[in-house]
Design a protein around this ligand. Structure first.
Ligand SMILES: Cc1cc2nc3c(=O)[nH]c(=O)nc-3n(C[C@H](O)[C@H](O)[C@H](O)COP(=O)(O)O)c2cc1C
Ligand code: SF4
Length: 430
């Protein structure tokens, strides 16, 4: 069974996996050659559709279906999302720093499939090394005839431009990203229209994540069905998980989905640091509701099963917390992040995230009020009514509802610990 697709080259050749020489020597750009010389654009898109790959940027939307929505108007654009600002996520960073040509080959094949001649990579501003390597890789690929005019004498041309973000988390949301790329404030747009119909400069635009696009060369070379064969039906392929926190083997781990969280944390992750007990983990980045050992260790790492258990794999950031964790402090830290990053367009998000931050701060300081837990839940309910999963929205984008995830998680699983931090525990229980 294939257990690595994306990281094979960087694991075998850690010092030069980012160079065009190593890329070509290890089979790179063969898929592009195959696509341009032997396949019609529709045939390439059909392979991606057959692969059943679901987007790796967070929402898990089927990539082939999204491509099928692309409007016919010209010009059309491909925008690759490398904003990667979800706390705990660092897999795109590795992909662009250690194998930028894999992404570029994926961009070239995807653009050919979609009839696109202009692509952008929106890179998180702090990823200076990744951006440098990407730019060098673009220059190398142009020089070698894999990008630019008349690629491999096929008549297909493609320009790829890197754009650096300015440090706002919200610019990872696809429509805020498009606004930022256009030079506007990075604020999410109301949808519809979706970017596939009216995206960059109001033209049809496909926005895909770095990891999603990096899979395209393998799919093109080996066929969509071979990809669909890897892992569970509804979570095909491999997924890079960024595992961090109180774990013995932190880092990016490329896995075939379908294993249990127990296997992921104890076998792949090497277990909990210092022999401590596992207290909770965040399965899919700061935006996702937490999992706890007595309920979720035997749940599978699979998009729909995690969803059915009230959370998400998201962009693949697994944050592990051991028994020493102060859960109120952990939730406060996440909520403070969302309050800081709210773009301010929607009242429930702008006001509610700050209120939740203030309430959690006073509980941490030992100044909690008896009504604070109910108040926290009330504010959360106003941002995301019913606190259901996936979250109901009173807002333009999911950032506000995401901020309720840590709050609802600690109230659901660790209410006694919150109450124990109240100055007057009896009053809190009244
Ligand atoms: C607040 C917020 C931040 C996001 N940040 C990112 C990000 O950093 N990278 C990313 O690929 N997707 C991010 N997304 C998801 C994108 O909006 C979009 O769904 C994704 O780029 C589509 O690519 P995919 O279909 O390949 O997953 C974010 C969404 C939200 C609501
Ligand atoms: S939910 Fe928050 S971040 Fe999203 S658009 Fe509204 S105010 Fe901005």
């Amino acid at each position: 069974m294939t257990d690595r697709i994306l990281t094979v080259r960087m694991e075998a050749h850690p010092s030069d996996s980012h160079t065009i020489d190593r890329y070509v020597k290890t089979g790179g750009y063969k898929a592009l050659r195959k696509a341009l010389k032997k396949m019609k654009p529709e045939a390439v898109a059909a392979e991606v559709n057959a692969s059943n790959i679901r987007g790796r940027g967070g929402a898990g939307f089927p990539m082939g279906v999204k491509w099928g929505f692309l409007g016919a108007a010209e010009p059309r654009y491909l925008v690759v999302n490398c904003d990667e600002s979800e706390p705990g996520t660092f897999n795109d960073r590795q992909l662009v720093e250690r194998d930028p040509h894999q992404l570029l080959e994926g961009i070239a094949i995807s653009s050919y499939a979609l009839g696109i001649s202009r692509a952008f990579i929106y890179v998180r501003g702090e990823y200076a090394r990744g951006a440098r390597r990407l730019q060098r890789a673009i220059d190398e690929a142009k020089e070698a005839g894999y990008l630019g005019e008349d690629i491999l004498s096929s008549g297909f041309s493609l320009d790829v431009t890197i754009h650096l973000g300015g440090g706002a988390y919200i610019c990872g949301e696809e429509t805020a990203l498009l606004n930022s790329l256009e030079g506007r404030r990075g604020e999410p747009r109301l949808k519809p229209p979706f970017p596939a119909i009216a995206g960059l400069y109001a033209k049809p635009t496909i926005v895909n994540n770095v990891e999603s696009i990096s899979n395209v060369p393998w799919i093109t070379l080996n066929g969509g069905l071979a990809y669909a064969d890897i892992g569970p039906d509804r979570s095909a392929g491999t997924k890079m998980l960024s595992i961090s926190g109180h774990i013995n083997k932190p880092g990016n781990h490329e896995i075939v989905m379908g294993m249990t969280w127990r296997e992921l944390i104890y076998d792949i992750g090497g277990g909990i640091r210092d022999g401590n007990e596992l207290k909770a983990w965040i399965p899919g980045g700061a935006s996702s509701p937490w999992f706890v050992p007595d309920k979720h260790l035997d749940t599978r790492v699979e998009l729909d099963e995690v969803g059915a258990n009230g959370s998400m794999i998201g962009a693949g950031a697994v944050v592990v917390m051991d028994e020493t964790t102060n859960v109120v402090a952990a939730a406060h830290s996440i909520v403070r992040f969302f309050a800081h990053e709210s773009c301010g367009q929607c009242t429930p998000c702008r006001e509610g995230t700050s209120w939740m931050e203030d309430i959690l701060a006073r509980i941490m300081d030992g100044r909690g009020r008896p009504e604070d837990i109910d108040l926290l839940m009330d504010v959360s309910d106003n941002i995301s009514p019913g606190l259901s999963w996936p979250p109901a929205m009173t807002t333009i984008c999911p950032l506000g509802p995401s901020a309720t995830a840590p709050v609802a998680s600690i109230v659901r699983y660790f209410r006694d610990e919150i109450e124990a931090m109240m100055p007057n525990k009896e009053a809190a229980n009244a």
